[in-house]
Design a protein around this ligand. Structure first.
Ligand SMILES: *Cc1c(COP(=O)(O)O)cnc(C)c1O
Length: 379
């Protein structure tokens, strides 16, 4: 099955009860048993729920995996991966990653005796410098937030395999429409399904997908034992979102390209970060591992003025000033005062998050309206 068919049919079949084409929202905690243990595969909804299971099958299918797991948020999904580890274990993580992931690693799991190395991965061979006998996990996020750096997944997977270490990839920005990390050698795919998979800014959810059965058993045990599952209503919404993922992503990419190209010619714009430009430092890797370049675009303005950047995002009318990304509507954010405000100016500037940096999640509206909006705000 091709990807554009899998989003609609992958892992899905009509509901056995009445043939409903979309799975019913099984809003139930428990299931009647004919005799103790005599049930139809469902005993309690933390362990299994038919609506969540339908979503989990779809997730596994679109990522070319064998097992999918849905959680109450992206961070709950990452939390489950980290629970595979023990005190004394070490993790090598990209140094340019989602702030909430960084907070979970450093403010929760460091206290449990896990050591994290945050390293530059623009050149993936740098990972190997930090591998030792305690290394258990390599954490890659690509493209990164908000600088849109690209990390070579295949190169990272080769290092992971050579040393018998797990490779997890946060595939939130790319989605399986653009890149399929399991096919490139990754062991675990993680999603904030809150973003493109849900796609409509109406649900918070996380997901994991793996191929390996032993790894799946361990993750299922953690999902059930720790209990950070999502509810049936949210499962239904994300399953519905996935059915249009390929159509939405195609338009996100077209509009992203149009906006990046427009911004690059604007006299007030200093620099545009978008992996589709030939000048992007890892454009060749992006081209090799991604189908297209996505709908996320960041840029800075000349003079690098904090107040001017805030004025710019306030003036936008079609773009909404808001956190998050990946929905059908266009959003704009100012990392220095929003997502990255808690990071000291000196530290954030080292990774490129300067005062005038603006991050756009380009939606699927008409591109001429989006460009006109940026034009009036920049004007
Ligand atoms: C939003 C996000 C997360 C966290 O997901 P939540 O659903 O908000 O918990 C993790 N990684 C990336 C890249 C994200 O954008």
């Amino acid at each position: 099955m091709k990807f554009n068919t899998k989003t609609i049919h992958g892992g899905q079949k009509p509901d056995p009860a009445y043939g409903a084409v979309m799975p019913p929202i099984y809003q139930t905690t428990t299931y009647a048993q004919s005799t103790p243990g005599g049930h139809k595969g469902y005993a309690y909804s933390r362990s299994h729920n038919p609506t969540r299971n339908a979503l989990e099958n779809a997730l596994a299918s679109i990522e070319n995996g064998n097992f999918g797991f849905a959680f109450g948020s992206g961070l709950a999904a990452i939390d489950a991966i980290l629970k595979l580890l023990k005190p004394g274990d070490e993790v090598i993580s990209t140094n340019d990653l989602y702030g909430g992931t960084y907070r979970l690693f450093t403010q929760i799991f460091e206290d449990f005796g896990i050591t994290f190395h945050f390293v530059g991965m623009k050149n993936a061979s740098n990972i190997e410098n930090y591998v030792n006998a305690n290394t258990k996990l390599i954490w890659v996020e690509t493209p990164t937030n908000p600088m849109l750096n690209i990390i070579d997944i295949k190169a990272a997977a080769n290092i992971a395999k050579k040393h018998g270490v797990l490779l997890a990839v946060d595939n939130t920005f790319a989605t399986p429409y653009l890149q399929q990390p399991l096919d490139l050698g990754a062991d675990i795919i993680m999603h904030s399904a809150t973003k493109y998979l849900g796609g409509h800014s109406d649900v918070v959810m996380g997901a994991l997908v793996v191929k390996d059965k032993d790894l799946a058993n361990k993750l299922y045990f953690i999902q059930n034992a720790s209990g950070a599952i999502c509810g049936p209503q949210d499962s239904f919404l994300v399953l519905r979102g996935i059915k249009t993922l390929h159509v939405r992503m195609q338009r996100h990419c077209e509009n992203g390209k149009a906006i990046a190209t427009y911004l690059a010619t604007h006299p007030k714009v200093e620099k545009v970060y978008w992996p589709g430009f030939k000048e992007h430092p890892n454009h060749a890797i992006a081209k090799a591992q991604m189908r297209d370049f996505g709908g996320m675009v960041s840029f800075t303005t000349k003079g690098n003025n904090y107040a001017e950047a805030i004025q710019l995002v306030e003036k936008l009318k079609v773009f909404t000033l808001a956190e998050s990304l990946g929905g059908v509507e266009s959003l704009a954010g100012h990392p220095a005062s929003m997502t990255h405000a808690s990071i000291p100016k000196e530290d954030r500037e080292k990774t490129g998050v300067v005062d005038s940096l603006i991050r756009l999640s380009v939606g699927i509206e008409d591109e001429t309206d989006l460009i006109a909006d940026l034009q009036q705000a920049l004007g």
